[in-house]
Design a protein around this ligand. Structure first.
Ligand code: GLV
Length: 332
């Protein structure tokens, strides 16, 4: 079968795909342009796409032979899963393998913001470390503080595990609270959004991007945060109203922010880069060699299973496809 791989992947992974299938792959790290993808997808049976590719209804309509979409990434807001389902095309993502790496990055941002790590490095390099003094360059303590987790899924829970090492009190907000027994095991307490934002010293976002979570953190909810609190976003940019965040930071209404994701990636809201109390990372939550390699293998496992007509291990819409009786691999 014919497969389009829109991002550069490790050689050995492509070689495996190549053994059974005809591959057309992006050989560069720069994302393939949408027009190019749309041109190339026309005769393809399988797609291994990046979270930067928008696989919308128009895309899916063009891809008349498509039988499987494997997304490299756990978030799949870039894919119109309903449109794929109506054509009987299974869609998969890469959960679990990136949980620890992403939680590590969220915690890196918590510690780095609190202790002004990036600012301190800059200051030292610029020759501005001229003396030690008791009241100079103070950060804030992390140990014993309150952490607010918005979206207590797998990654959120992995952040809670890390917070345990810092004796933090953890509040969480979810659409539905966990069972009490699980709350007790994790040592977390449910709070509505307003109470969480009012009490937390560090607010870390771990929700998927959906219509319900778009701008969940807006001007009003930012206004509930304490002036000494920090916001950390390693989920998806549009969960935060970035312009409102910029204004809130500029007015000193919160202490700082650690962002790995942005509303219009890779663009940033103008003004953000001028603030010293923000840390800005280039969407690297899962970017360790180990995790990215596992993600690529998992995406390939999913792709190959889908092309064989089997249920991919991380299929997002299998039951819906079966219910509709519309499977793309089924004889019509
Ligand atoms: C990264 O952002 C992912 O969704 O895997």
């Amino acid at each position: 079968m014919k497969i389009l791989v829109t991002g550069r992947l490790p050689e050995e992974i492509l070689a495996l795909l190549h053994r059974e299938h005809e591959i057309e792959a992006n050989e560069k790290d720069r994302p393939m342009k949408r027009e190019k993808i749309l041109e190339r997808i026309v005769d393809k049976d399988g797609l291994l796409c990046m979270l930067t590719d928008t696989v919308d209804r128009t895309f899916i309509e063009k891809a008349q032979r498509l039988k499987m979409i494997a997304n490299l990434g756990v978030g799949f807001n870039n894919i119109d899963v309903d449109a794929a389902t109506s054509r009987g095309i299974p869609v998969s993502n890469t959960p679990d393998v990136l949980t620890e790496a992403t939680a590590d990055l969220a915690f890196t941002l918590i510690l780095s913001l609190a202790r002004r790590v990036v600012e301190g490095d800059k200051r030292t390099r610029e020759g501005r470390f001229q003396f030690w003094a008791p009241l100079v360059f103070l950060g804030r303590e992390v140990t014993g503080k309150t952490l607010g987790i918005i979206g207590l899924g797998k990654i959120g829970k992995a952040v809670v595990k890390r917070a345990g090492g810092f004796d933090m009190r953890v509040l969480y907000h979810n659409r539905r609270p966990l069972e009490q027994a699980e709350e007790e095991t994790l040592g977390v307490e449910y709070a509505d959004l307003r109470r969480l934002l009012k009490q937390a010293d560090f607010v870390s976002l771990h929700v998927p991007l959906t219509d319900r979570t778009r701008h969940l953190i807006d001007r009003e909810s930012l206004g509930w945060m304490k002036p000494e609190a920090f916001l950390i976003n390693t989920s998806r940019g549009p969960v935060v109203d970035e312009k409102a965040l910029l204004d809130t930071l500029k007015q000193g209404k919160i202490a700082g922010a650690g962002l790995d994701v942005y509303e219009e990636e890779p663009s940033l809201t103008p003004g953000l880069v001028d603030l010293e109390n923000v840390i800005l990372l280039p969407h690297v939550g899962s970017a360790t060699l180990e995790t990215r390699t596992r993600m690529a293998w998992l995406a390939v496992d999913n792709l190959l299973a889908g092309l064989r007509g089997e249920k991919p291990p991380n299929c997002l819409n299998w039951e819906d496809i079966i219910e509709k009786g519309s499977h793309s691999c089924a004889p019509h």
